[in-house]
Design a protein around this ligand. Structure first.
Ligand code: ZN
Length: 152
C-alpha cells in the first residue's frame, strides 16, 4: 500500500460511505457553514445545546465533499455528542494541533485518530479540519446569542 492509499483507511471510507448524524436538526440553536475552495468541500453544521448551555445535546451536519471531509464530519459528530462545551473546545484544539504537526496523534481518541495521517498531506489538511472549524463557529454563535438572551 502506498502512502496515499494508507490515508484512506477502511474506517475513513466507512464513515464517508455512511456518514453518522447526516441530518438537519429541527430545533437547532445555531448553525454554521464552511467551505473549502481548495477541494470544493461544503459542510453545514447544526447544534443544539443543553438548557443550561454547558453541553452539546444534538449535532447534525449536511453538505458534500471528498471522503476525508465527509469522514471527518461524521467522526466529529460522533465524538462531540453529549460532551461539555469545554471538552469539545479542547478536542477541536487537539485535532487542529495534530493536523498541523504540533501535537502527537496519540492525543486523539476513537475513530478520529485514523485521520491523523492526513497531516502528511498538506492539501488534505483543510478537508479534514473544515467540519471542526465550522463546529467552532456554530458554538461561538450559539453562546453569543445566549448572552444576549440572558437577563442581567
Ligand atoms: Zn476535500
Amino acid at each position: 500500500m502506498d502512502a496515499l492509499g494508507s490515508l484512506y483507511r477502511e474506517i475513513v471510507l466507512e464513515h464517508a460511505k455512511e456518514p453518522q448524524n447526516f441530518r438537519t436538526l429541527p430545533h437547532a440553536d445555531a448553525s454554521s457553514e464552511g467551505y473549502n475552495p481548495m477541494c470544493g468541500d461544503r459542510v453545514c453544521v447544526q447544534i443544539q445545546l443543553s438548557p443550561d448551555r454547558t453541553r452539546l445535546e444534538e449535532i447534525g451536519f449536511t453538505g458534500e465533499g471528498c471522503s476525508i471531509c465527509m469522514a471527518s464530519s461524521s467522526m466529529m459528530t460522533e465524538e462531540v455528542q453529549k460532551k461539555s462545551i469545554a471538552d469539545i473546545d479542547s478536542m477541536i484544539q487537539n485535532f487542529r494541533d495534530v493536523l498541523t504537526g504540533t501535537k502527537d496523534p496519540s492525543v486523539l481518541d476513537g475513530d478520529i485518530a485514523s485521520l491523523a495521517g492526513v497531516r502528511n498531506f498538506a492539501v488534505r489538511v483543510k478537508c479534514a479540519s473544515l467540519p471542526w472549524t465550522t463546529l467552532k463557529e456554530a458554538l461561538e454563535c450559539a453562546l453569543l446569542s445566549n448572552k444576549q438572551e440572558t437577563p442581567s
